[in-house]
Structure formats: C-alpha cells, structure tokens
Design a protein around this ligand. Sequence first.
Ligand code: HEM
Length: 226
Amino acid sequence: MEKEVERYRKPTRILHWVHGGAFVMLFLTGLILFVPALGVLAQDGWSRVLHRAAAILFVSAPLIYLPLNGKATLRGLKDAFTWSKEDLGWLKAAPRYYFLGDDKTMPPQAHMNTGQKMWWLMTIVFGLVFFITGLIMAVLDTVIPAAVMQWMVFIHDIAFIVTGCMLLVHIYLSVIHPLMRPLRTGAWSSMARGKVSAEYARSHHVKWYNQIPGTREKKTGETAES
Ligand code: HEM
C-alpha cells in the first residue's frame, strides 16, 4: 500500500468542515438578502433567522477550537503572517504550474503553500470583518446613524463578493483542478481523511515533508548514515 503521512488532525478537520458549512449557509442566505430578485425567497424572514443562526456557528466554532488546540492555533497564525522571498517566487511560478503543469520553477513549500496561506489569511481578516460589521448590523441597528449602518452593509457586501469569489477558487484548486488528482492523494484527501500520500507531501510541500521524523530527503552527496 502507498505510504501516507498525517497532514491534519481530527479537531482541525472538524473545524474546517463546520466553519466551511457555516460559511456556505451564510453565503446562500446572504445571497438571498443581497439579490433583489431573490427577495421572494426571503418571505417570512426565515433567511434572516438562518443567517443569524449560521453566524453563531461561524463565530463559536473557532472560539471552541482555539483554547482546546492552542499549539495548532498559534502555529497556524504564525504561518499566516510569515511571508518570505520564496512566497514571491511561488506567485511568479504559479501561473506556469497551474496553467501549463510546469513545476520546474516552483520554490519548495512548507506545510502551507503561498496560495493556501493567502486563503488562510483572508479567512482570518474577512472573518473579523464579517463579525464586526454583522454584529453592529444585528445589535446596534436602532442606535447607530443611518449613514454608519449603510457603511456596515457596504463593507459586509464587499467582503461577501471577495470571499465568495475566493471560495470558488478554493474549491476548484482543492478538488477539481487536474493537478490535484482529486479524491485520492491531494488536497481533498488531507481534509477528508487527514492523510496524504508521501509522494504528494514530498512533491507539493517538501519543506514540511522533510520535518516529519524519518522522511527527510537526502541531499546530493549525502550517504545513508549522514
Ligand atoms: C459573524 C458572521 C456574520 C454575521 C454576524 C452577519 C450578520 C448579518 C446581518 C445582521 C445582516 C443584516 C441582515 C438583515 O437585513 O437583517 C447580514 C446581511 C448580509 N450578510 Fe452577513 N453576517 C455574517 C457573515 C456573513 C458571511 C460569511 C457572508 C457571506 C459569505 C454574509 C453575507 C451577507 C450578505 C450578502 C448580506 C446582505 C447585505 C445587504 O443587504 O446588502 N454574512 N449579515
């Protein structure tokens, strides 16, 4: 059987699916509020109630995860805010890789590649934007001036449009793009089962792969004993 390595522990996978599910629910109920033509679906205000219920899940899932998984959270936050010259190299090389399948100029990547890091950083920043503007709209709507309320709706809408587009890119690159070998060894498998093939880990995330005990790649000239 093909050798596998662990990529995401169970609590992280549960957080991913619960938070992602809440996001999709927020996106769909938000869409109903956003598009006037869908107003008929918002009758009786059920979409507003569902939007608020999903918002509670969206906020409480990371809050429950955080204290129970302090180390993983800190590691993830550090990853999101650590950027180097290699990330610039990845951004330059990515179009050739994703459109032409040429990975010769792709710099070695750690546990998260630059694209994943960008998505993760956006999740944190826009998660806070949604939370702050949404909370103000939900709780302070009767006390804040109308102009402030309009700004909150506007910022909430911008976040909705940007993250909605990015979600489509995320789904495409995770499960549809031919290079990801969907449903087998790639990104999908890491979030579905927590494991990826050693080959996928080595080819896509070699800096992380080399840190897994017993897997370090030998550099040219190294002997088995070194
Ligand atoms: C903590 C998370 C969130 C909270 C507390 C929140 C709260 C709210 C509230 C109170 C409203 C006003 C609804 C009304 O008219 O009664 C609203 C509208 C909306 N929300 Fe959220 N929301 C959150 C996250 C999201 C997310 C993740 C999305 C989409 C990805 C989203 C998309 C929208 C959209 C499109 C509207 C309609 C705005 C408009 O009328 O133009 N929200 N949200």
